[in-house]
Unconditional design. Sequence first.
Length: 135
Amino acid sequence: MNSSLTYEILLYLNSYYFWMFSICELGVGIFKLMHLPYPFGTFVTECILFVFLCCIEAARIFMGHKGNLTERSYPVMVSLILTIPSSIGVLYFLLWQTYVIRLEVVLCGIQLTLLSLEIIFATVCIVSFYRNRIY
């Protein structure tokens, strides 16, 4: 099994899944704002965190693709490091936001599973890139 192929497939799947996740989170956020008593300051904070999560996730996926396709370990390491704030952002939407509905629990669980698998295969890719290095 080629670890870089598996990692690339996971990145490709996550790139589509995350944008679907973002659209659903945006829709759920609008629904909660209209139907639940939401403090305005909290809503603004969650919107800023959502935009931050989208930017971090886009950069993480881009760096993972770039590093995997060029077989360079530095961009894959940057992608691996960016997984930490991305995971914390998803955990915020899963555990710590004002209102959490079941749909968000399922969506965040799938996103965290994809992030966990990408951590494993990114680490394997970095090791294989170093092992196959020609001097």
